[in-house]
Design a binder for this molecule. Structure first.
Ligand SMILES: CC(C)(COP(=O)(O)OP(=O)(O)OC[C@H]1O[C@@H](n2cnc3c(N)ncnc32)[C@H](O)[C@@H]1OP(=O)(O)O)[C@@H](O)C(=O)NCCC(=O)NCCS
Length: 217
């Protein structure tokens, strides 16, 4: 389990970083360190549970301002990781998912939405528009055989009309065209039912934490 998680986490991180143009990363003592440099997110430490203690120590002892060092830890037991990460703040639990891209069902774009696919080698952006406004969108980074989906979003009033399903279908088609075979993503709790309905399978939970902000008042 751990070795598979390790492999999937590393491959997902490579694609996720490519999708967000975060090019500065390295592996230190079993922890992937992604230097992002944004004020609220200077760095992300990614690790399997086996290396959670090291990742937590790195986050607690780096020189970044409070709240700007983030962690993502794969696990099958959130409480176990919570205990290791204490006293860091736990923000949410995502789920790392995978699929053989050809197993994802195809979906038509519902009327009257219009599909726009912008693909360059390694990066695909999809938007669905109506009356010139974006109603749903998503992105996929392709690295070799892996395609990593990111920022899948539907504008709330237009939810449950099959827009995200159509975005995922267009992304998968474009990724298959670029030679990818395997899809990877980290799903928010809100996104999990969508991906399960599209045949994606869970690999592990991904506990998201960050260094604690000073309490106000
Ligand atoms: C998650 C999200 C992208 C879904 O978008 P959507 O356009 O409403 O999804 P679709 O209409 O294409 O749904 C397709 C299927 O996914 C499942 N699904 C989607 N939203 C669901 C929900 N809130 N509850 C249960 N099932 C849901 C259903 O099986 C649905 O099929 P059905 O409507 O025929 O039952 C959207 O709610 C969103 O943008 N949320 C905020 C951002 C986010 O969490 N994105 C995911 C990042 S990983």
């Amino acid at each position: 389990m751990s070795r598979m998680c390790d492999d999937v986490l590393r491959r997902w991180q490579r694609g996720w970083s490519a999708a967000r143009e975060w090019t500065d990363y390295a592996e230190v003592d079993g922890v992937i360190v992604v230097r992002i440099g944004e004020p609220d997110r200077r760095v992300e430490y990614l690790a399997t549970e086996q290396h959670a203690t090291t990742a937590a120590r790195m986050a607690r002892s780096d020189a970044n301002p409070a709240g700007s060092s983030w962690l993502k830890i794969t696990t099958t037991s959130r409480p176990r990781v919570a205990a290791v990460l204490h006293p860091l703040d736990l923000i949410r639990t995502e789920r790392l998912l995978t699929i053989s891209l050809s197993d994802q069902p195809s979906s038509q774009v519902p009327s009257p939405y219009e599909l726009e696919v912008t693909a360059t080698p390694g990066l695909i952006n999809v938007e669905l528009r109506t009356d010139g406004e974006v109603a749903a969108s998503g992105r996929m980074a392709v690295r070799g055989a892996d395609a990593v989906a990111d920022v899948i979003y539907t504008v709330p009033p237009q939810g449950r009309r099959g827009l995200a399903r159509a975005v995922m279908s267009a992304l998968a088609d474009a990724a298959l065209d670029q030679g990818a075979t395997t899809g990877l993503l980290s799903a928010s709790p809100e996104g999990v039912p969508l991906y399960e309905s599209l045949n994606w399978s869970p690999v592990a939970d991904l506990v998201v934490g960050r260094t604690r902000l000073p309490s106000v008042g």
